[in-house]
Design a protein around this ligand. Structure first.
Ligand code: SF4
Ligand code: SF4
Length: 474
């Protein structure tokens, strides 16, 4: 190919990796910002306050992983209550699916820990560095004494929030009233300290450094929640039919002066968005449903004397003009929602019934392999069993054992008044079961233990538990 026929190419650099720009969202004021503040205060009062609440003489909610006991007020769950815990988790997950079908990403926008801690960190940014414009200006400024002082103040506040969040999180798993003084005395356990450190670090990393990147790139819920959306799910949307063609205009411009829609292209909705998107481009998975753009746009609509709601909670059905905003509530009774609701209510009722009527005593019957069947001093054929009682309530309970299944069967070895098991504790006793040799010929014979148990302070409230075992004959 001659020189002249070669294609003329200009060198072009295409960046496959671009550093994410720091987003400095503008503070939004309005109805939805107030709801968000309320939700943050409510969820954080619960999170920071609950570990300090006492129930009798212990922490009211305490997930004691080491001791394999979960204390939730009067309810004591143990490792073998795994079914109950799994059920609770499943109900929580289905509850989230149900909620998402009805109301979209309300969880993300108002209650998700990622949103909550990002918002708290943004409050600190705003408090120390000022609103968006001041923050942008400060970031561009060269380092000087003022900038160092402001940044140090901000990082100190962020450190306090992250550290206290980590300590509180660890306090759900270790008694916090002991843990906090132990930290200052240098006697706190390594596991609890490690938990507090890791959670504090994650709070700082996710809430201050990564922020919207967690929602955009790490959160699985953001990816699959759209599968739960339907034609009638509440979404935050820009009403393009009303807003377009967008364009700037004077405040008192008459529509006929310039035939434009209601969007004045002020970009206020973009400036408040914590994920930096433009809601006018349509429904996007990056939208976390925080509604800051609704507040920002409503403020502009008020200034322009236009009706509010250019950006609003609505549904695809309304945007397609299948029905109007006033009909949204009627769509709640759609079959998909009714089926979800029924399943959820049934599961929740079943789980609560199970939790509050379940046996508060767990029993393990173990045949003592070291002691084979033998003939005792009375000439009876005897088997030995070890019985482990675990008290799944928080009060002491007394257990009395009897046995049946063979003719003239008798049981010896238990304390005269039964076995006392402390709340949340376990006890093991060894008992002998005996019968006449002719009633238990060679081989295995089914027998049944009956455990009668009652709260130590209320002997009339007896309950019974039966457990099958086998008796070895000779
Ligand atoms: S588009 Fe609106 S609702 Fe969605 S994240 Fe941005 S500000 Fe929040
Ligand atoms: S805030 Fe409202 S008016 Fe301003 S650009 Fe966004 S949609 Fe248009």
């Amino acid at each position: 190919m001659s020189e002249t026929n070669k294609p003329q190419s200009k060198e072009q650099v295409v960046h496959l990796y671009k550093k994410a720009e720091r987003i400095h969202p503008k503070k939004a004021d309005g109805k939805y910002a107030n709801i968000r503040i309320f939700m943050i205060i409510a969820t954080q009062l619960f999170f920071y306050g609950m570990p300090w609440l006492m129930w009798d003489d212990r922490q009211a909610v305490w997930f004691d992983l080491m001791g394999r006991h979960f204390y939730i007020f009067g309810l004591v769950l143990m490792a073998n209550d795994l079914l109950l815990l799994t059920g609770l988790m499943m109900i929580s997950a289905f509850g989230l699916f149900w909620w998402t079908t009805i109301a979209g990403r309300l969880w993300c926008g108002y209650s998700c820990p990622q949103t909550v801690y990002t918002e708290i960190m943004l409050w600190i940014d705003h408090l120390v560095e000022g609103d968006r414009n001041k923050r942008l200006k400060l970031d561009k400024e060269p380092w000087n004494a003022r900038k160092i002082r402001i940044k140090l103040t901000k990082y100190l506040l962020i450190f306090v929030v992250a550290a206290w969040t980590g300590i509180t999180f660890a306090g759900w798993f270790t008694p916090i009233r002991q843990f906090v003084p132990d930290i200052f005395q240098g006697t706190a356990g390594n596991v609890a300290l490690g938990t507090a450190f890791v959670y504090g670090l994650v709070t700082w990393l996710f809430g201050h450094i990564m922020r919207e990147q967690v929602c955009l790139h790490m959160c699985p819920y953001a990816r699959f929640q759209s599968a739960m959306f339907d034609h009638d799910t509440l979404i935050i949307s820009y009403d393009a039919a009303r807003g377009e063609p967008r364009g700037a205009r004077k405040k008192n411009a008459k529509p006929e002066d310039k035939p434009l829609g209601d969007c004045i292209n002020c970009m206020a909705c973009v400036q408040v968005c914590p994920t930096g998107i433009d809601i006018r481009d349509g429904l996007q998975y990056q939208c976390i449903g925080c509604a800051a753009c609704i507040d920002a746009c409503n403020e502009i609509m008020d200034k322009m004397n236009y009706p509010r709601g250019l950006i609003r909670y609505t549904t695809e059905g309304v945007l397609n003009k299948d029905y109007t905003d006033t009909d949204i509530k009627k769509r709640l009774a759609r079959p998909k929602v009714m089926i979800y609701t029924t399943a959820l209510v049934l599961a929740a009722v079943g789980l609560f019934a199970f939790a509050f009527t379940r046996d508060t005593l767990n029993v393990d019957v173990m045949k003592d392999r070291a002691v084979m069947a033998r003939t005792n001093k009375q000439g009876l054929l005897e088997n030995t069993y070890r019985l482990r009682f675990t008290n799944a309530s928080e009060h002491p309970q007394r257990v009395k054992v009897s046995v049946s299944g063979l003719k003239d069967i008798r049981l010896t070895g238990q304390p005269e008044n039964g076995t006392l098991v402390q709340g949340g504790g376990s006890e093991m006793i060894t008992v002998q079961v005996a019968t006449q040799p002719e009633y238990a010929r060679k081989g295995s014979h089914p027998i049944e233990f009956t455990f009668t148990y009652f709260p130590d302070k209320a002997p009339n409230e007896t309950r019974e538990l039966k457990e099958k075992a086998s008796f070895i004959g000779e």
